[in-house]
Design a protein around this ligand. Structure first.
Ligand code: NAD
Ligand code: UFG
Length: 362
């Protein structure tokens, strides 16, 4: 049985589906601070089987000890954590407590239970502002620009020290680039409880009419069109990476690091244009000053994951946007009655005229 902390969240739920598809039994441990039990139903529908669920907090050693006593857990995929960069600046202690304290408590409980295989949801943010692209795993981890980034780097270092101290540990640090998209059925995706921080969830809410305008943070970067460039990776591809990493780690020893990205960067405007072309919805946008802490560009060299795990992102940016839009339409319909026009229907192919209209700069 595999334990997935944060398994009702955006990434964790897709990881659970992957594990179920490979015949694993899964127990999810989540405090539901940024997700809900609805994920469990969606996972059961898509996976054809249920994952077990335990409501709990990774900072709570007693709850973790009970979890390891109750289930025959062979390995852990640790996705639980807080991830909003701006919030981490306002509430740093909460971020260090959850992301570092929670990781320490989890590792303690694992050691006490004799479970030593661990995959950690890390982030490309640990590289800081890298001078050269693409970023491979030998690039120095930089100075993160916010407490969230520090908390990820600190948690990585906890695990690195631990594995150096005891050869029974086999740890995989998966440095995600920018996960977007949803399950290809459109039935499972990200459901931000707050105003979204990230580009795609915000763009989707503009497209579905839940927000008025997309603010583009900076159009004066040294990038081809002046807007920030990122390596967007389909969340289903990302989830497959976890399965491959788990296979590589079982029975192994030490710490291994893998970038999970596509190796290709897209600018904000390229994403907006691709969305309008693929989904047929123009996006109103404004250009705003740069967002504090943003880097101009960030994309992966995913070669190590390809060589060592046989993993490669297969889905295109258009796939990511189409799947995300399908999910957003489902969410929007759940929140309020919505009448789809030809322009906004996710099922109707994009008319050439609509595609030609591009985004609407306001
Ligand atoms: P998410 O918020 O959708 O999922 C995180 C889950 O963890 C939620 O279900 C939440 O309820 C749970 N959780 C939070 N604190 C907890 C605690 N103390 N105890 C138990 N459960 C707790 O986020 P996500 O996008 O699925 O991210 C998953 C992981 O991947 C996070 O650790 C995040 O930092 C990391 N990551 C995400 C991205 C991204 O862009 N989505 C990028 C890089 C890394
Ligand atoms: N952007 C906008 N408008 C928005 C939101 C974002 O223009 O409303 C721009 C940003 O300025 C940036 C790009 O879109 O140029 C991507 O921004 P995101 O917030 O979507 O993603 P980030 O690269 O800033 O950060 C994300 C996660 C981090 C993670 C990092 C690397 O939020 O947790 O990817 O994996 F660490």
């Amino acid at each position: 049985m595999i334990l997935v902390t944060g398994g009702t969240g955006y990434v964790g739920a897709q990881v659970v589906l992957q594990l179920l598809a490979h015949g694993q039994t899964v127990v999810i441990f989540d405090n539901l601070c940024n997700s809900s039990r609805a994920s469990l139903e969606r996972i059961a529908r898509l996976g054809g089987r249920r994952a077990r669920f335990v409501l709990g907090d990774v900072r709570n050693r007693a709850q973790l000890d009970a979890l390891f006593a109750d289930f025959p857990i062979a390995a852990v995929i640790h996705c639980a954590g807080l991830k909003a960069v701006g919030e981490s600046v306002r509430e740093p202690l909460r971020y260090y407590d959850s992301n570092v304290g929670g990781s320490i408590a989890l590792c303690q409980a694992m050691a006490a239970a004799g479970v030593f295989t661990l995959i950690f949801s890390s982030s490309a943010t640990v590289y800081g502002d890298c001078a050269t692209m693409p970023i491979d795993e030998t690039c120095a981890t930089g100075l993160p620009t916010n407490p969230y980034g520090f908390s990820k780097l600190m948690a990585e270092n906890v695990m690195i020290s631990l594995a150096a101290s005891d050869a029974r540990w086999s740890v995989g640090l998966l440095r995600y680039f920018n996960p977007i998209g949803a399950h290809e059925s459109g039935e499972l995706g990200e459901a931000p409880a707050q105003v979204p921080n990230n580009l795609l969830p915000y763009l989707l809410q503009v497209a579905s009419g839940r927000r008025d305008v997309l603010q583009v943070f900076g159009n004066d970067y040294a990038t081809p069109d002046g807007t920030g460039v990122r390596d967007y990776v389909h969340v289903m591809d990302l989830a497959e990476g976890h399965w491959r990493a788990l296979q590589a780690l079982l029975g192994g020893s030490g710490v291994r690091v893998w970038n999970l990205g596509t190796g290709r960067g897209y600018s904000v405007l390229e994403v907006v244009d691709a969305f309008t072309r693929t989904c047929g919805v123009p996006i109103a946008l404004t250009f705003e000053p740069r967002r504090t802490g943003d880097v101009a560009q960030c994309w992966a060299d995913p070669g190590k994951a390809r060589r060592e795990l046989g993993w490669q992102a297969r889905r295109s940016l258009d796939d990511m946007l189409r799947d995300a839009w399908r999910w957003e339409c489902r969410l929007a319909a759940e929140h309020r009655p919505i009448v789809y026009t030809t322009e906004t229907s996710p099922t109707i192919p994009v008319a050439a005229a609509q595609a030609a209209s591009g985004y609407a700069a306001v």
